[in-house]
Design a protein around this ligand. Structure first.
Ligand code: SF4
Length: 331
């Protein structure tokens, strides 16, 4: 082994050395993940470098998607971070399900930018019966497929029933997004009291039983600990979800999370690195908070294990233009 390489390895923290087993397809144990989560200072860039190697070896392809908010606000749930909850006083645009033409126009914009994944998102608890609104969404999905056969259509519509999950499978959606947000054991304390995390897990199982790929992630910055983030990562592993979007909280005015303090960039990078080591093969997406909270450090996150991003804006906040993100990803 060359002398330089030997020196570098000697200086690595022993827990990071042990975690190199991931490069040989050895799963990261929860106890090692917990030890890694306690690393500080100069050890964090070493952890990030390992996560980047794991990404390059097992998940080097980059994935980008856009979403459209097809129905906004007036939600009866009380998710602490969400400006669309009717219980919060955030000033947002509120509207019922938009017309099919508007959904098609948003899909067309995504397509024209060269992005091949488009998600339809609606506010609210979810759809458990095949009501008029749900049928309209199905019809919009079909219309997009007919016009852009190579555009993946995804959906994030809240909780589902066997009947609505089956209908989405028949409509051939690519992925369904339903986030667990935090350590499931602390969902009621950190996220919402009006519904249980068990209902979301039930929806994930229904989707999987119907052959739909799942996109399930969380939010960093809701007052959770590093241990909570690790618990969420292993909960997602147990559920064997396909895509993991990680958001960084944007504490919106009028929401119950508006006074949450920001978390340091080094901690965010460490979390992404740990998620990559725990989920070597999965798509891990950097979602909301990328521009507003990470600013100059967005690139660091793409070197910390993330291999995907949400581009072109979020549900109630603007993002960076898709064109700028394309240059960013190429660079
Ligand atoms: S996250 Fe969804 S379910 Fe929760 S308040 Fe917002 S719109 Fe409603």
């Amino acid at each position: 082994m060359p002398i330089l390489e030997t020196k570098n390895i000697i200086h690595l923290h022993p827990d990071i050395l042990e975690a190199h087993g991931v490069l040989d397809a050895r799963p990261l144990s929860k106890s090692l993940a917990i030890r890694l989560s306690q690393l500080q200072g100069g050890d964090i860039p070493d952890l990030v470098a390992l996560a980047n190697k794991v990404k390059n070896k097992f998940a080097s392809q980059t994935h980008a998607c856009t979403i459209m908010n097809a129905k906004s606000g007036a939600c009866v749930e009380d998710c602490k971070f969400c400006a669309q909850s009717g219980r919060h006083t955030s000033e947002i645009e509120t509207y019922a399900l938009v017309k099919q033409e508007q959904i098609l126009a948003a899909a067309e914009k995504t397509y024209s930018h060269g992005i091949r994944s488009f998600g339809i998102v609606t506010s609210g608890t979810g759809y458990t019966v095949l009501d008029d609104e749900f049928i309209k969404i199905l019809s919009a999905i079909q219309a997009i497929h007919a016009k852009y056969p190579d555009l993946q259509v995804c959906a994030s519509l809240g909780e589902l029933s066997e009947e609505t999950a089956r209908a989405l499978a028949q409509a051939k959606i690519a992925h369904y997004n339903i986030n667990l947000q935090v350590n499931p054991a602390r969902y009621a304390e950190l996220v919402a009291t009006t519904h249980a995390v068990a209902c979301r897990i039930r929806t994930i199982r229904l989707l999987q039983n119907n052959g739909i790929k799942t996109c399930v992630g969380g939010i960093l910055g809701l007052g959770e600990s590093m241990l909570d983030r690790i618990e969420l990562a292993y909960a997602l592993k147990e559920l064997d979800v396909d895509v993991i979007p990680l958001n960084v909280l944007i504490p919106l005015s009028g929401t119950a999370a508006e006074h949450q303090p920001p978390i340091p960039v080094a901690e965010i990078a460490k979390t992404f690195a740990l998620y990559r080591l725990i989920h070597p093969l999965k798509i891990i997406k950097l979602a909301a908070g990328r521009e507003t909270k990470l600013k100059d450090f967005q690139g660091l996150l793409m070197l910390s294990g993330a291999n995907g991003l949400l581009t072109g804006g979020y549900l109630t906040t603007r993002g960076r233009k898709t064109e700028q993100d394309q240059v960013f990803m190429e660079e």
